[in-house]
Write a protein that binds this ligand. Structure first.
Ligand code: BG6
Length: 485
């Protein structure tokens, strides 16, 4: 069955930087279902050809992997169409519907509506599609992809879910979090559930704590106006960091199908201990990089956090008493996303040669990006006299092992939407639960009772308060920059 991908917000950044390059790459490697057409909708007046020309230029700049292939583009471009219109005008949306019907020419087609607009347009788009009966599946499946941010708190997420459910069935809705499209995030499922050696130690008996870090070197830059209303909690924690936590902590699903996978993920969120506002203050640290206030769009004296670290507890049999530390920031030391499983120390210290040092415990580092790979750190006897030990590692690297480029996160996710596999997309209860967990932190950090935000120098691992906070809990952050080869 052919596919039509209708992109709302066609002239926006997401479309030109991510969506179209991903679709082009899929086509180039022969994975895009034949006959897939792309129809862009936005207010900017443009012809089909003008949009094609502008996408050609942006795709050449943004498509990852091989150098831009003009021939492949030539074959791809004729399936790209543009429809100018305003989502607020039912005439314009009717015109879009007629255009889609004429392109599809009565052939049963899987239609995917992609919400790549600013978030305030999500509900109007859904409403317009509903009013014109465009979610009805009499001429093929109809699906809708909703980008982040999915609401700005629990109440708005609920209201967006309610609007979506007013028009679409839950099975037609794909809430995208591009972190789940990352090869190394999906590999967490393989690591845990396609092997037996990790499962016996993957619990409170052997694991002391877990650290999940998403550090970025980039600053907020031109996104100041958006960032002022988001801050690091809404921008990174409610979605990406909680997704990483879920794949680390979930139980094995009974099968690799959307319902089973999502049921297990939601159970993790349900087991996260609820904090009241006072507990929240002690369960996290926030920071702001020096220079944030000078970014365009940032309010004078803004207390918005560009760095955050929080501690969550999962109250279930597997994880009781094992803290999960989540940390993210802009203007940090390096770009790295990693999950570090910190194991317990041996119950008895046998090798005390030299000074009675506090030895590092084993750790498993899952390097999500860049330098995707996994390292297991353990002690080894240093050759020579006596029992001197040193930390050494076993290391797996994607680039060493596999020659092919790693697909951009949007590529597998777009294919999943086309084939109707929602395993790697968030369900309505999952996003609502995520907000329930993050909302108290957002409220506490915005409260006037909070002490002034701690500053950090760009290039550091967040404020000094973060190091101290961790030390006060008898632990240290693994501040590891990946080794790029
Ligand atoms: C986005 C955030 O969702 O993820 C950005 O809005 C952030 O602030 C980005 O930079 C990080 O994504 P990635 O794939 O580069 O790690």
């Amino acid at each position: 069955m052919p596919h039509t991908i209708v992109i709302f917000g066609a002239s926006g950044d997401l479309t030109s930087r991510k969506l179209v390059p991903a679709l082009y790459n899929l086509m180039r490697i022969g994975e895009l279902p034949p006959g897939t057409r792309i129809v862009g909708f936005s207010r900017t007046p443009m012809t089909d050809d003008a949009w094609r020309a502008s996408l050609r230029e942006s795709t050449a700049r943004h498509a990852e992997g091989e150098p831009f292939n003009a021939e492949a583009w030539q074959a791809f471009a004729p399936n790209i169409f543009y429809q100018q219109g305003d989502i607020g005008s039912s005439d314009d949306v009717s015109r879009l519907r007629r255009r889609l019907e004429s392109l599809e020419a009565g052939v049963e087609t899987t239609r995917v509506y992609y919400l790549a607009t600013a978030p305030e347009f999500y509900e109007p788009v859904v409403g317009a599609l509903g009013a014109l009966g465009m979610a009805a599946e009499s001429h093929g499946p109809r699906r809708i992809v909703v980008e982040k941010p999915f609401g700005t708190d629990l109440a708005t997420a609920r209201s967006l879910n309610a609007s979506l459910h007013g028009v679409f069935d839950e099975s037609q809705i794909y809430r995208i979090d591009h972190y789940l499209g990352k090869e190394s995030v999906q590999n967490m499922l393989a690591l845990r559930f396609a092997n037996t050696i990790f499962e016996p130690v993957w619990n409170r008996r052997y694991i002391d704590h877990v650290q999940i870090t998403v550090a970025e070197e980039v600053t907020v830059g031109r996104r100041g106006a958006y960032y002022e209303s988001a801050g690091v909690l809404r921008d990174m924690f409610q979605n990406h960091l909680l997704q990483l936590l879920m794949v680390t902590a979930m139980e094995a699903p009974v099968r690799f199908r959307a319902k089973a996978v999502r049921d297990e993920k939601v159970k993790v969120l349900e087991a996260i201990r609820a904090f009241d506002l006072q507990q929240v203050a002690a369960a996290g640290v926030r920071g702001q990089y020096e220079g944030y206030l000078a970014e365009p769009g940032v309010a004078p004296g803004s207390q918005v956090a560009t760095f955050g670290a929080i501690r969550l507890e999962i109250d279930n049999w597997r994880w009781q008493g094992v803290p999960f530390y989540l940390r993210s920031g802009k203007a940090m030391s390096c770009r790295t996303t990693q999950i570090v499983i910190g194991f317990r120390e041996p119950p008895l210290e046998l090798f005390t040669e030299g000074s009675p040092i506090h030895r590092e415990a084993n750790r498993l580092v899952i390097q999500i990006q860049p330098a995707e790979g996994i390292q297991l750190h353990f002690h080894t006897k240093v050759p020579g006299d006596g029992m001197r030990l040193r930390m050494t590692d076993l290391s797996f690297s994607y680039s060493r092992e596999f020659r092919a480029r790693l697909p951009e996160a949007y590529e597998p996710l777009l294919l999943d939407v086309m084939t109707g596999d929602a395993s790697l997309f968030a369900r309505s209860d999952e996003v609502e639960k995520s907000w329930e967990i993050i909302d108290p932190f957002v409220r506490a950090w915005a409260s006037p009772d909070m002490r002034p935000i701690d500053l950090y120098t760009p290039g550091d691992w967040g404020p000094v308060a973060s190091t101290r906070w961790m030390e006060a809990q008898g632990r240290t952050w693994f501040d590891l920059c990946p080794v790029l080869t």
